[in-house]
Design a protein around this ligand. Structure first.
Ligand SMILES: NC(=O)c1ccc[n+]([C@@H]2O[C@H](COP(=O)([O-])OP(=O)(O)OC[C@H]3O[C@@H](n4cnc5c(N)ncnc54)[C@H](O)[C@@H]3O)[C@@H](O)[C@H]2O)c1
Length: 466
């Protein structure tokens, strides 16, 4: 692995040198396929550096909105997006033909899993096939979507080569995984180092040079496969460590009398060899619940079971069920029937201060409560980032958080720690609170009013008589 440096461009010749020069002189046109959480920040960042950007998306709604200067990604500045569109630096289309004019094309389409949690890379293949009829000699294609090792070479390239052009000879290909962290105020596209691996040294250098136009540090690796696997490792690392502290939270509840949050705070005073992760209601978003399965699926082909991945997924996936049972335990304590019980869930998005609802634990928790007998219509949610939320195939609408409204519920479940929530007020007016994120820390409340994930206060363990 090495850090990209401009001196590497001295080895380039012909079309590759021409592309490198067009990038250096900001004459290159950048194409972005998939205008979502990953694609849009890339496009805007290039525009801000003086490159013209062409976006392609299958969503006519997104394309139309962007062409009218409308921003739909919360981390991006509305004004900046509008300005770039008005200046003609940024435009979008549903037609791949516009990419004939691009020098570099990023592909940032979804990589979900199917009902059996097997990888679904059909969007990548569709993007490759969509681009193929318009692919030009000398273009560089960079795949950004998180996926299993081998996708770039075994799936994307065959789709692109339907053009009749040959990868590595007529056009260039690299894989460069994305590290954007929506909602992160410190790390953004420009200051987050990135990894790039091309199918040969020329592709790697070109991939590094293209990324280096908007990203300070680009690390070059030997192949797309290394880059594909390192991205999965990043997310598996998070999944495993989150599972570890989730398990510890469950153990603390079982033992009683030890607050897991205090344990974690204490452990994180160690300045080396420890990294803080926190328990919660379950993992969500487009990465942590999905990406680990991409590797465990691939491993099966090699008669290998990725035990850590499976174990971590089991623990993390059990958390919304556990939170559901904490709520049900509280309802059982109150003089209310299941048919009358009213629940308010605070937070729909999967993490704080973003509007991303994908795989959010909130819906999972609501589904568990419905399964347990609480009527669908008795479960409300509130979230300033999500005015509406599809739960079990029907739309729910965010309710207001007035003291009277809060007091009307038998239990309020704190799921997403958005800064906008006034937790002391909620705790004050709620009949009971189930806190899955330690949002009630430092707030005074009567004993028994809050159930905190990872703490069963002062419980005496009952043992079998024999
Ligand atoms: N969201 C994140 O924080 C994040 C971080 C790192 C990596 N990733 C990875 O990046 C990839 C994209 O994720 P995202 O969050 O940006 O997804 P997204 O759903 O926000 O955006 C994807 C876009 O691609 C479009 N699209 C789908 N198929 C297409 C096609 N064939 N042609 C053109 N456009 C198409 C969709 O309409 C959508 O606008 C995924 O592989 C994801 O795992 C996401």
């Amino acid at each position: 692995m090495q850090l990209f440096q401009r001196s590497l461009l001295e080895d380039l010749q012909g079309d590759a040198l021409n592309l490198a020069q067009r990038l250096t002189q900001k004459e290159a046109v950048i194409g972005v396929v998939g205008l979502g959480y990953v694609g849009m920040p890339i496009a805007l960042e290039y525009c801000k550096k003086g490159f013209r950007c062409l976006g392609v998306d299958v969503s006519a709604r997104k394309v139309e909105a962007l062409n009218q200067g409308e921003n739909f990604i919360e981390d991006l500045d509305d004004q900046e997006v509008r300005e770039m569109v008005e200046k003609g630096m940024l435009s979008a289309s549903t037609d791949y033909a516009v990419l004939r004019d691009a020098d570099v094309v990023f592909i940032a389409v979804p990589t979900p899993f199917n009902a059996n949690k097997d990888p679904d890379i059909s969007f990548i293949i569709q993007a490759g096939e969509g681009l193929a009829p318009h692919l030009q000699a000398g273009q560089l294609v960079i795949l950004k979507s998180t996926t299993f090792p081998g996708t770039t070479e075994d799936y994307l390239i065959p789709a692109l080569e339907q053009s009749g052009l040959k990868a590595g000879q007529d056009f260039y290909v690299a894989f460069s995984p994305e590290r954007v962290d929506p909602g992160n105020k410190v790390f953004h596209t420009g200051n987050t180092p990135i990894v790039t691996g091309g199918i040969d040294p020329t592709c790697t250098i070109l991939g590094g040079h293209a990324n280096n136009q908007i990203i300070e540090k680009v690390y070059l690796v030997d192949s797309p496969k290394v880059a594909e696997l390192e991205k999965l490792l990043e997310n598996i690392f998070r999944s495993v460590n989150i599972a570890l502290v989730n398990e510890l939270a469950l153990l603390c509840e079982r033992m009683g009398g030890i607050n897991v949050w205090e344990v974690l705070e204490a452990a994180s005073t160690k300045p080396f060899g420890y990294m803080k992760f926190t328990p919660g209601p379950g993992v969500g978003g487009h990465c942590i619940p999905i990406d680990p399965y991409y590797l465990s699926w691939l491993a099966r082909e090699y008669d290998f079971e990725t035990k850590f991945i499976t174990l971590a997924a089991n623990v993390n996936e059990s958390m919304p069920y556990h939170v559901g049972s904490l709520v049900m335990r509280e309802i059982a304590r109150q003089p209310v029937t299941l048919a009358q019980a009213r629940i308010l869930v605070l937070g729909a998005s999967f993490k704080k201060n973003v509007k991303d609802l994908r795989h959010s634990p909130s819906e999972m928790i609501m589904l568990r409560l419905i399964e347990s007998g609480i009527p669908y219509e008795n479960i409300d949610y509130t979230d300033p980032w999500a005015p509406s939320y599809e739960v079990a195939g029907q739309l729910k609408y965010s309710v207001d958080l007035s003291p009277e409204a809060v007091a009307g519920y038998h239990c309020v479940v704190l799921v997403t720690d958005h800064d906008a929530f006034d937790i002391p007020e909620v705790v004050k007016h709620a009949r009971h609170v189930v806190d899955t994120r330690n949002m009630t820390a430092g707030i005074a409340y009567p004993e028994g009013k809050v159930t905190l994930l990872g703490l069963t206060p002062g419980r005496k363990r009952l043992e079998l008589a024999h």
